[in-house]
Design a protein around this ligand. Sequence first.
Ligand SMILES: *Cc1c(COP(=O)(O)O)cnc(C)c1O
Length: 496
Amino acid sequence: DSPIAEYHNQGKEMVDYVADYLEKIEERPVYPDLEPGYLRDLIPTEAPCEPESFEDLMQDVERVIMPGITHWHSPNFFAYFPAASSYPAMLADMLCGAIGCIGFSWAASPACTELETVMLDWLGKMLQLPECFIAGTHGHGGGVIQSTASEATLMSLLAARCKAVRRVQAVESERSESDVLSKLVAYTSDQAHSSVERAALIGAVMMRKVPTDEHFAVREEMLKKMVEEDKAAGLIPFYFCATLGTTPSCAFDHITKLGPLCNKENMWMHIDAAYAGSAFICPEFRPLLNGIEYADSFNFNPHKWLLINFDCSTMWVKKRTDIIGHWQIPLGRRFRSLKMWFVFRLYGLKGLQAHIRKQVALAKEFESLVQADNRFEICAEVILGLVCFRLKGSNELNQNLLKRITKSREIHLVPCQLSGRFVLRFAICARTTESRHIQRAWRHITQLAFELLQEQSESNKNKKILSLICVKSFLISSIWCLITKSCFSPEFYYAS
Ligand SMILES: *Cc1c(COP(=O)(O)O)cnc(C)c1O
């Protein structure tokens, strides 16, 4: 067959395979049962010399690949944060592959460059971003797609660093760039994503962690205090990365207060809303973004919660000129805005809002189940689709509970640390998650918790019995000692 005839057949087969996989994904254990290194033994040590058949290859997908997949799109997956996935986005990705352009300049594919700027405007308007962030208005801002939030943070930090050096040198022209760089200091929350600290490492600037309040949020006073101290020590505060929706507990820094402080201190404010950002398309959640008008840059991941498959991390800046030359790290760009266009048009704003609302409602449903069981406690306010909870008791107890959950492979969760406590995170992830999955997950968790607590109280009982036996034998031997008057001899103490 000609390659195109093969593609017609194989393409249809692949579409069917994908549809079947996703339709029946619930039947697969959500988490693989394998040891590291499992795959090498299942395939040859060399690439084939002669072409192989598509049928053989597809059989190996089931034999080699699927056993080693953690099924992120199973409705029994509640770990990390969601990874977005939808049919419109997958279809757009096929087309993106077919066009296969490397959009590094306008001429390299005008549609690739232009659709991206318009899609960022569409999305910016869905979020009701201030006009200054929208490229198609008279503002100086605009948006760009990055691969990840980590890259967006790094880009913003590099732009801020450049701007800070120019600002200082404009006043003190004798100061060398390396001198200024060595005095720059950036800030972020102690709850911020590890990528923020990494951006400072790559950008070779100091970064200080701002402590958070009892809701795990940064407040203005704390940042202000640190900035004052650092200025007094001759340092130059230049950058603050706020988080809206922290990774451990989905906490929100107080940007309406922090923003004016940053503006006053000439500090660049970047907002990392990687997960929570998608929710701001709903008017009821939009107040969480209030204060955005003070930000210099803003980023979130439609590839987390807005049904656009990885990778698609959208970033806006208030002044395009700040970031020219810093738009992104690689030269090449995929035609990622196609995925946005397909998803926005085939879902509509209403469809996207319905997705967010449904998932928040499912999180609330899980929260009420936890609240109704007095063996458990909720550990952070449930605002969006994440519930942090734990068994009342020790960290060890909760670690054991998670171990059992992971081992049983029926659902998948990951933990976090909140104020030194070991906490379970239950995030609504898959697009197809329904109430029945939440109910079943809770039954499963409480069953495992019941067994764990049962075994614990048995072993406590045993311990009590054991200690009773010990006490008894101690008494008996003491009496015996008194009788034999040998109780002060060292042998007695060692023996008991
Ligand atoms: C998930 C997450 C990130 C990392 O996102 P990437 O796109 O993988 O870099 C950064 N910040 C927050 C708050 C996150 O939740």
